[in-house]
Design a protein around this ligand. Structure first.
Ligand code: HEC
Length: 202
């Protein structure tokens, strides 16, 4: 017999996961890259593989409670001090990625024989697609060898930090961050502390 607690917990966690997904509407008139929010990257870091088109597309048009937002209204990265300083979410995403994802997807999003290089996947995956795969997983049914992306919808250690993971991997895909261990980062915004408390329960 199924316990009532399991029946209730799952949808609640899934709803929680979705509640943390921030879709911010941006009005067309203020959707221009803000020069004050421009990135300052390390041009000599060959491990970054900078992609000018993506860097332009992902440029921040505004900052909301310490979170940088692009013209599509999705969270984005902000890298300064010649590539040495990351915004809070990219930094947090770097840490979360290396705790939850790198075993399969390789260090720095480089991929492995088992799972794809997310530094390449995030060049084309949308925010909604990324969150959808995190929540529900993905399975390549045609592969000779069965490879499974687990569903993380019930895992707070992943879902409470889905924006962080997205922003970090976007930064890797655009080449804003190379294969570095971040040395400096912006302070943790109060909004991040609040969201974490509400989502994780501490
Ligand atoms: C147990 C191994 C494993 C872990 C852990 C894992 N993944 Fe995956 N992931 C996979 C596999 C395998 C695929 C490819 C599935 C397919 O193509 O059908 C995949 C696919 C993906 C995709 C789609 C990529 C594309 O090109 O379509 C995304 C996005 C993704 N994973 C994100 C993550 C994130 C973020 C984490 C950490 C929170 C994570 N994964 C942890 C195994 C894993």
């Amino acid at each position: 017999m199924l316990h009532l607690s399991t029946i209730i917990t799952r949808p609640v966690l899934a709803a929680l996961a979705l509640a943390t997904v921030s879709v911010v509407a941006v009005h067309a008139e203020d959707a221009k890259p803000d020069p004050a929010l421009a990135n300052s990257l390390n041009a000599n870091d060959k491990t970054a593989e900078q992609d000018p088109a993506l860097l332009k597309k992902d440029a921040a048009v505004k900052i909301e409670d310490g979170k940088y937002i692009d013209a599509d209204g999705h969270p984005t990265f902000h890298v300064t001090d010649d590539g040495k300083k990351l915004d809070w979410y990219s930094y947090s995403g770097y840490r979360r990625y290396h705790a939850e994802c790198h075993v399969c997807h390789g260090p720095d999003g480089m991929g492995s024989t088992y799972a794809p290089a997310l530094k390449d996947s995030l060049k084309h995956l949308s925010y909604e697609e990324f969150i959808g795969i995190l929540v529900g997983g993905k399975q390549d049914v045609n592969a000779a060898e069965q490879k499974v992306m687990p569903a993380f919808g019930d895992n707070k250690n992943v879902m409470c930090y889905s924006d962080d993971l997205y922003v970090y991997l976007k930064a890797r895909a655009a080449g804003a961050i190379g294969r570095i261990r971040p040395s400096d980062h912006e302070d943790k915004p109060d909004a991040a502390k609040k969201t974490e408390k509400e989502c994780m329960g501490f």
